[in-house]
Design a protein around this ligand. Sequence first.
Ligand SMILES: CC(=O)N[C@H]1[C@@H](OP(=O)(O)OP(=O)(O)OC[C@H]2O[C@@H](n3ccc(=O)[nH]c3=O)[C@H](O)[C@@H]2O)O[C@H](CO)[C@@H](O)[C@@H]1O[C@H](C)C(=O)N[C@@H](C)C(=O)N[C@H](CCC(=O)O)C(=O)O
Ligand SMILES: Nc1ncnc2c1ncn2[C@@H]1O[C@H](COP(=O)(O)OP(=O)(O)OP(=O)(O)O)[C@@H](O)[C@H]1O
Length: 486
Amino acid sequence: MKLSQLTERCKIVAIHGEENVEVESITSDSRQVQKGSLFIAVEGINTDGHDYIAKAIEQDVLVVVYDKPMFEEYFSRVTYVQVENSAVALAQIASVWYGNPSEQLKLVGVTGTNGKTTVATLLYRMFRTLGYGAGLLSTVTNCVNDDSYPTTHTTLDPITLNSFLRKMVDAGCEYAFMEVSSHAIHQKRVYGLRFQGGIFTNLTQDHLDYHKNMLEYRNVKKAFFDALPETAFALTNSDDKNGGVMLQNTKAKRYTYSVKGLADFKARIFEKHFDGTEIEINGKQLIVQFVGVFNVYNLLAVYGVSVLLGEEPEEVLRILSVLKPVAGRFQTLRSPGNFTAIVDYAHTPDALTNVLNAIHEVLDQKGNIITVVGCGGNRDRTKRPLMAREAVELSNRVILTSDNPRFEEPQDIIDDMVAGLDDEQRRSALSIVDRREAIKTACALAKPGDIILVAGKGHEDYQEIKGVKYHFDDKEELEKIFHTSP
Ligand SMILES: CC(=O)N[C@H]1[C@@H](OP(=O)(O)OP(=O)(O)OC[C@H]2O[C@@H](n3ccc(=O)[nH]c3=O)[C@H](O)[C@@H]2O)O[C@H](CO)[C@@H](O)[C@@H]1O[C@H](C)C(=O)N[C@@H](C)C(=O)N[C@H](CCC(=O)O)C(=O)O
Ligand SMILES: Nc1ncnc2c1ncn2[C@@H]1O[C@H](COP(=O)(O)OP(=O)(O)OP(=O)(O)O)[C@@H](O)[C@H]1O
């Protein structure tokens, strides 16, 4: 593609060298540079792409895009394009390179601390069931119609993201549903994509290792709505205290959903069971196969988006009643010993509280709750004591264990969790560093009618220790124990 076409959306500050060149590939990673490549230098968190420009030039790069004025000499075989902001240019160039695929799809983005994967996945399943070509970009998997591909991030880098959107367009998809993380908004990974709609699920504590404080975290999320165009819809959870603020500066058409008050999309909850919930949405009653009030919010968001995209409410409700939970989100397993295990991805204080409350709502009064939980290493430390406290307050027994310790000592993470407990609470919490042993101990302690919650990893099938991902799957571990238990 011609350089002038590729950079047509970029704010260019200066160009040195031949402008009329034909670019053969684009990358923001010097390790991927080939002859004829355009390399975009982006400042990162750990390192700065600008430090690798010399390396890219050694590898015969054709064009260098950068935003820090830094050159004393220019090589005549390289074209230098200085832009206002490299991260923004990366997103713009990636879109153009793939033929602006977001403009050929109805793209809906889901943001919020919890519920993104659930809402995006259920929307994808809803639109596939309705008979449309649809794609999904999520923490668990990426899908193009019925083909699925592994994923690395909640929201992919701009080049991979646009390549997936292109694949969707080429495969005849009409709709695409994607999660939009706060990291992605902050790093401009979704900059310039044309969204047909945005959803805000909720905002609670997470990622304070990355964002300075909750206000900054909120404002980053809000930037996604600020950028929505007039043609889009913006759907917010009006029961969340930040629901209104999210939409205050958006140009998009505003809609709300709520369980507690008046809203465009409104649900009431009648009965809660272990296998599902009886609810009403906009006056129509139905039974859904999801447990927990938080899931009623998720389903309501799915209903709202489907109706806003022009689908028949009756048909949407019919499909909602047959949709099944997403992998690792409140997945239940029955043991031969007559207790139940639940695998859930709850890895924030709020998500843990919600899941434990959901269990309380459906628990047989005689049963006990045994929670196995850990916190990730090299991530938001402030949530560790909070998660331990939530677990102890809402469970009968708690086993604190490891959950992706990364480069930290697992025992140090557990100690940070224990610091949130008073003396009496400490007595009800066991610490077992080895997650496999922790799960085994929980099963050994469980009696008929009890519930074991194994929280934090959900669908993940690895344990990340010192840069290596070892295979580990909570569901598999439980199944092994159930299979070998007498
Ligand atoms: C904190 C964070 O978000 N980091 C992301 C960020 O990394 P970074 O800014 O540190 O970049 P870097 O790797 O230091 O490099 C900076 C630049 O130099 C380039 N480089 C680097 C080395 C080299 O030899 N040559 C070279 O050109 C890199 O390609 C990059 O363009 O940009 C990288 C490239 O896009 C991402 O891979 C990386 O994600 C890391 C792996 C990550 O774990 N991110 C997580 C925290 C994340 O984004 N999570 C959210 C979900 C959060 C949630 O809701 O749970 C997500 O959307 O997945
Ligand atoms: N609407 C919600 N409100 C609060 N908690 C929720 C909600 N939906 C799901 N959860 C809880 O949060 C966990 C993660 O859900 P989900 O994967 O859908 O969220 P997410 O926003 O995609 O998280 P992440 O981006 O970290 O993957 C679930 O396992 C459940 O415990």
